[in-house]
Design a protein around this ligand. Structure first.
Ligand SMILES: [Zn+2]
Length: 298
């Protein structure tokens, strides 16, 4: 489900599964953490289209400055398919008063409404549950948000995408979702490249979940080489069908206009690095198209 309606998986093309076109991270990044300019977003997404891109998943979730109407404008202006997120991000972005007053099933009802009817009074529908998030541990409110996401997933079949940054919290996230009956194969564990531990990446893949390296920005050689190494480890262990790649553009300085990777580095820079390192082009292109298509549609 895109912001302009349903699109068959095979027409999504090259797909970035974890990005933000509009987001408000001002609680942590004053000055740099606000993406709210439609013209700028159109220009950045047009670069992605010109590089051969087909689809961007905007995993800006509830409380993070989601912009359903603006997302639809960008999709119409560029022809790029855009999938919008729903579900709850992490503390301190949770509206604790609103969340504490509602039970898990009521929270799930809101997520299902976003997926089946539209977001914030519009008819623009979300197409993925995410990013749902916690920091080093799950707080009690985050646990209830994860349970709500799981129940909304079971009612709709929508894929779940998580934020598990810096600490290996993707594994307890998968455990919690499994407790609610979610098949790990329908869960994308995000920010795996911020956890510099190939055993962690392998453990997620062995559970059957998606291992998403989504902070690929090409800003320094150390980080680029590390990511190539982790991808090779997963491929070597037979998990090439579980790998997803993206940039997680979320700050103004991440945009191409400001000198950052924009939405194109994975396609125009990192893809060539993987091929130069010995991976077959056909395999790398599966990371960019076939894998995210399967991840989005189950
Ligand atoms: Zn993100």
């Amino acid at each position: 489900m895109t912001v302009r309606g349903p699109v068959p998986a095979e027409r999504l093309g090259v797909t970035l599964p974890h990005e933000h076109l509009f987001i408000d991270l001002m609680r942590e990044y004053r000055g740099n953490g606000l993406l709210n300019d439609v013209s700028l977003a159109v220009a950045e997404v047009a670069r992605f289209a010109a590089a051969g891109g087909g689809t961007i998943v905007d995993v800006t979730s509830i409380g993070l400055g989601r912009e359903p109407e603006k997302l639809r404008q960008v999709a119409e202006a560029t022809g790029v398919h855009i999938v919008m997120g729903t579900g709850y991000y992490r503390e301190p972005y949770l509206d604790r008063d609103a969340i504490d007053r509602r039970g898990v099933d009521a929270l799930a009802d809101g997520i299902v409404r976003d997926l089946e009817q539209g977001v914030d009074g519009t008819d623009v529908r979300a197409g993925i549950i995410g990013e749902i998030a916690c920091d080093r541990w799950l707080t009690s409110a985050e646990e209830r948000c994860f349970r709500a996401a799981a129940r909304a997933h079971r009612r709709t079949g929508a894929t779940i995408s998580t934020h598990a940054a810096r600490w290996p919290v993707g594994l307890p996230q998968l455990d919690l979702l499994a407790e609610e009956g979610v098949d790990p194969a329908r869960v994308i564990v995000g920010h795996c490249d911020l956890v510099p531990d190939p055993d962690y990446h392998l453990a997620i893949a062995r559970q059957g979940a998606w291992v998403q390296f989504d902070c690929i920005q090409g800003t320094n050689e150390y980080d680029t080489a590390a990511r190539i190494g982790w991808i090779r480890t997963l491929v070597g262990a037979g998990f090439e069908e579980r790998i997803l790649l993206s940039h997680d553009v979320c700050l103004r300085t991440d945009l191409a206009a400001m000198g950052g990777p924009g939405y194109t580095y994975v396609l125009t820079g990192f893809r060539d690095r993987l091929i130069a390192d010995g991976l077959a082009a056909e395999l790398v292109d599966r990371f960019l198209s076939g894998n995210p298509q399967r991840a989005l549609t189950g």
